[in-house]
Design a protein around this ligand. Structure first.
Ligand code: SF4
Length: 231
């Protein structure tokens, strides 16, 4: 495996130290510094159903909305069987204003039917089985495997994809390619943690439009590929 081109120990240590400082700062102000799915995973003791629900709700949805509506839905439906018993309209109402709430309600209802029908009401700890569920792509499947089952995986969302390309770690056209390259170059011990680290970094510093390069903790390690405007 090619892991020597980048000093991953230094990169990850730097980012973790930045996150620790941010957490201490945010703890003082009372704001929530964690990505919503990570927060749900921690608050629901890694319950795979809670993680799956919040991951699906989180797609194209703000963190604060994901957290609030996931908790609201899980109060009504703490298991796939309970969600299956709900009307699709009620699920949609519970997860509103999450993005694409009607489509997500439909997928959640179908997923609950598959889980109760084929998996005895459990979420499978298997990539292929997860990918076969309605509305579940690699990003969702990887996040469920890492956050709920503690299985090594790399969840590549828009933040991980963007930062990996800007820094020059990868040169890829889509998240799937980014995941495949990171699986080759990133030491496996960092796979599970890279998502929550880069989601937070992407929200706070390496923003999609005009990143805060002046505040970046790894400027000397970044090629700033594709960055035309920064702050
Ligand atoms: S230097 Fe700028 S583009 Fe590179 S990681 Fe930092 S914020 Fe992102």
């Amino acid at each position: 495996m090619e892991t020597t081109r980048f000093d991953w120990d230094a990169i990850i240590t730097t980012l973790e130290s930045w996150r620790k400082d941010l957490r201490e700062e945010r703890a003082l102000s009372g704001n929530e510094p964690e990505p919503s799915v990570t927060t749900v995973a921690e608050q629901y003791k890694r319950d795979p159903w809670a993680v799956l629900v919040s991951t699906i709700v989180s797609l194209r949805t703000k963190d604060e909305v994901t957290l609030a509506v996931s908790k609201g839905l899980l109060e009504k439906a703490s298991t796939p069987a309970e969600l299956r018993a709900l009307q699709e309209g009620e699920i949609a109402r519970l997860i509103y204003p999450a993005g694409f709430y009607r489509t997500k309600a439909s997928n959640l209802k179908k997923i609950a039917a598959v889980l109760t029908g084929q998996y005895a009401g459990r979420v499978p700890a298997d990539m292929d089985a997860l990918l076969a569920l309605p509305g579940v792509g690699r990003k969702t499947a990887n996040l469920v495997l890492t956050e709920a089952f503690d299985i090594d995986g790399i969840c590549v969302d828009t933040h991980v994809h963007r930062i990996s390309n800007r820094t020059g770690w990868v040169s890829s056209v889509n998240p799937e390619q980014t995941e495949q390259t990171l699986r080759k170059i990133l030491p496996q011990k960092y796979w599970k943690g890279i998502n929550s680290l880069l989601v937070l970094y992407g929200q706070q510093v390496c923003r999609p439009i005009s990143p805060f390069c002046s505040k970046c903790v790894m400027p000397g390690r970044c090629k700033r590929r594709g960055v035309e405007r920064s702050r």
